[in-house]
Design a protein around this ligand. Structure first.
Ligand SMILES: [Fe+2]
Length: 341
């Protein structure tokens, strides 16, 4: 098969669960999402862009429920139903409305394909201050005057899944949603460590990755992190300051600039340990970009406090599988070093 069944338009939202919606709402606001609607057991949050919501928090056991893609048309939903065994097209009976079908990915996660979500008026976040940069004096006679407080999330950017079957997962998302491989990161043994994949928008430029698949070190497949674009570099930094200094959350990883993706990143955990990322200034690619294969030890981030992922980011749980996988990676890396000599 040379053609995917559909090409997703964008990532739409993630559905998360938390046992205490009051605590969850506090994190949502501290993180810089904006509540757009609620029902007695669910909170809907948006960014400054027009989507009715980009993040859903249901009351329930802590966990990740599923992700969703915006599709181009109702016809795309019909195709997924007819050709891929997705559920029949149904109206979404919740705030924001629209239509949905549901599929199950190779990990067993439900993936919603939606169309027709309500659009809201955009929220004006203000404009970034002009930067005195590259010797050019763009801000003269005025102060930086940056407001303190939470970041202001613009939109959902990407989701990364921890997977024990990275290639199978990538191929499934390609087949159903036309997701294109951007970079593949391999261990010294040649086994997959990570794959980044992006939307197929033809010659239109799109984020370096909208979905990623990361080797699941402890053997449990889960959402590794969900990521949101904020307004600019200053907005990443004031959000960091707000979460850390004003609200006493513990930083997970960042601030730094990724080598793969190029974005300035900052990772945080919600009160239930799920990783949420702020970023600004991603690399943008189109279909002219050819997928690459990169060595896992091939290069660090451009800059940052810790230029490789810290343990609290990379390892969610310690068990025998974690120890065995780490031992294999370390011995593979040592073997590769010896062979290079
Ligand atoms: Fe990310």
């Amino acid at each position: 098969m040379n053609e995917p069944i559909t090409r997703a338009k964008d990532l739409a939202y993630v559905r998360m669960q938390a046992p205490d919606l009051e605590v969850g709402e506090k994190f949502i606001e501290d993180f810089g999402l904006i509540i757009s609607d609620r029902t007695p057991d669910t909170i809907y949050a948006r960014g400054t862009d027009t989507a009715h919501h980009i993040y859903i928090l249901h009351k329930g056991e802590p966990g990740f429920r599923n992700l969703a893609f915006h599709m181009h048309s109702l016809d795309d939903l019909e195709k997924l139903h007819e050709k891929a065994g997705a559920t029949p097209v149904e109206r979404l009976d919740e705030p924001g409305g629209g239509y949905a079908v549901r599929l199950t990915d190779p990990h067993g996660f439900i993936v919603e394909a939606i169309f027709g979500m309500e659009e809201l008026d955009p929220i004006d976040p203000g404009v970034a201050i002009p930067l005195n940069i590259d010797g050019q004096r763009n801000r003269v006679g005025r102060f930086a005057d940056i407001k303190r407080g939470a970041s202001t999330v613009r939109r959902i950017g990407h989701a990364v899944l921890e997977s024990t079957r990275i290639e199978e997962a990538y191929l499934w998302y390609w087949k159903h949603f036309g997701i294109l491989r951007t970079d593949k990161v391999v261990q010294p043994s040649g086994a997959d460590a990570m794959q980044f994949a992006r939307l197929d928008k033809g010659l239109e430029y799109t984020d370096h990755h909208t979905i990623g698949f990361q080797l699941c070190i402890d053997g449990t497949e889960r959402l590794q992190h969900v990521s949101f674009e904020v307004q600019n570099f200053d907005d990443v930094m004031i959000g960091h300051d707000h979460l850390h200094t004003d609200k006493a959350y513990k930083p997970v990883w960042g601030v730094g600039r990724h080598r793969l993706g190029g974005q300035i990143y900052d990772y945080w955990k919600d009160p239930w340990g799920r990783i949420h990322e702020h970023w600004a200034d991603s690399d943008l690619l189109n279909t002219e970009y050819e997928a690459t294969v990169q060595a896992i030890d091939g290069g660090r981030d451009y800059w940052g406090d810790q230029q490789n992922p810290p343990v609290k980011y990379a390892i969610q749980k310690w068990n025998l599988t974690t120890v065995s996988n780490i031992a294999q990676m370390v011995s593979g890396a040592l073997r590769a070093k010896v062979l290079k000599r």
